[in-house]
Design a protein around this ligand. Structure first.
Ligand code: ZN
Length: 358
């Protein structure tokens, strides 16, 4: 039985999100989540998922959402991030079915100071739910990992109660992801803060399970955003086993991995680290830095190789009257970036074992 036997193609919500993650857990794979900044980037990820026959997670960061709406817009009250996230969600909803794969539509890290962004997206979910019976987004992330644990859990619970009513999944973070992403700099956080304890996972699991089973936890196990030279912090996916074992004992679960876990900072990870994380219940892995680079590669190589065709609208090495339209048309050079991004996405599907699961 393939995934399409239990969940539809296109953007999924409510029980279908649970089914997709549960299927990934049972079949020991994780679904890559790619960050979206433009329709071209979204299309590339969708094309790759179709080619790999894999489910897909598309996500917008607060900065990426603002960029989707337009970099020039004021964003002092998160209005551009809200408008961009909503616009991207409507765009993705309107085309995702064409690609024939289940798509989880998600928003990335939201720290305490960005909660107005979250509030705007959740209001859009509730509005869309009134009209259609399902939320606009499949899932949102709250990242209150910089706050004390009790406050983190309390704020998440408050939102989760609202989200559960309209079938929106919650991803939360405990422990800190190192490195730098989207203006959040955790490069100087002490190493011990990068490793979550099993007791913390249990506190969250126990509290959220009273409300809904539709949540996942991004636990710190030495993850770092971005790709750096090997340093002091090492990735320890074996720690995730302890979380699962601890929770399983508490609830007497017959599931090997009762907790849905999320892997942040997947770019630059070793294949062995990825497969150990997946074995230990990771069902979602974020890939951003590597696909950013991949998208550039095709465009970079095109511009470098065709430089003499790009310096003026008319005139190239084949003749001073030759037109260059077929070189500077954005459909030509953007497409080169899309092609190299598609290739990198397919590598992610294969690394996470999510290919050929439809
Ligand atoms: Zn992250």
């Amino acid at each position: 039985m393939g995934l399409l036997d239990i969940a539809p193609a296109g953007v999924v919500s409510g029980k279908d999100v649970y089914k997709v993650f549960d299927y990934a857990r049972e079949h020991k794979f994780a679904i890559p989540a790619f960050n979206i900044t433009t329709s071209s980037v979204a299309n590339s990820a969708l094309e790759a998922a179709r080619d790999a026959k894999s489910p897909l997670i598309l996500q917008l960061s607060q900065g990426g959402a603002a960029f989707f709406a337009g970099k020039s817009l004021p964003n002092d009250n998160q209005q551009a991030s809200i408008a961009g996230a909503v616009a991207a969600a409507h765009y993705i909803r309107s085309i995702a079915k064409q690609y024939g794969v289940p798509v989880i539509l998600h928003s990335d890290h939201c720290a305490k100071k960005l909660l107005p962004w979250f509030d705007g997206m959740l209001a859009a979910d509730e509005e869309y739910f009134k009209q259609t019976g399902e939320p606009l987004f499949s899932s949102h992330m709250l990242d209150l990992s910089e706050e004390p644990k009790e406050e983190n859990i309390e704020i998440c619970r408050k939102y989760l109660e609202r989200m559960a009513k309209i079938g929106v999944w919650l991803e939360m973070e405990i422990g800190i992801t190192g490195g730098e992403e989207d203006g959040v700099n955790n490069e100087h956080v002490h190493n011990s803060a990068l490793y979550t304890q099993p007791e913390d996972i249990w506190d969250i699991y126990k509290s959220f399970s009273e409300i809904t089973p539709n949540f996942s936890i991004a636990a710190g196990f030495g993850n770092v955003h971005g790709v750096y030279k090997p340093g002091n912090v090492s990735l320890r996916p074996e720690l995730l086993r302890e979380h699962q074992d601890y929770v399983r004992k508490q609830v007497n679960s017959d599931k090997e991995n009762p907790v849905f876990l999320v892997f942040h900072g997947g770019s630059g990870s070793e294949k062995s680290e990825i497969s150990e994380a997946v074995k230990n219940g990771v069902v979602k892995m974020n890939v951003d830095t590597d696909t950013q680079y991949a998208y550039l590669e095709g465009i970079r190589d095109f511009v470098l190789n065709k430089k003499d065709y790009l310096m003026s609208q008319v005139g190239n090495p084949e003749g001073k009257d030759k037109p260059n339209k077929k070189f500077y048309d954005p459909r030509v050079w953007l497409r080169e970036g899309e092609k190299t991004m598609v290739k990198r996405c397919v590598v992610a599907f294969n690394d996470l074992n999510s290919s050929n699961k439809l």
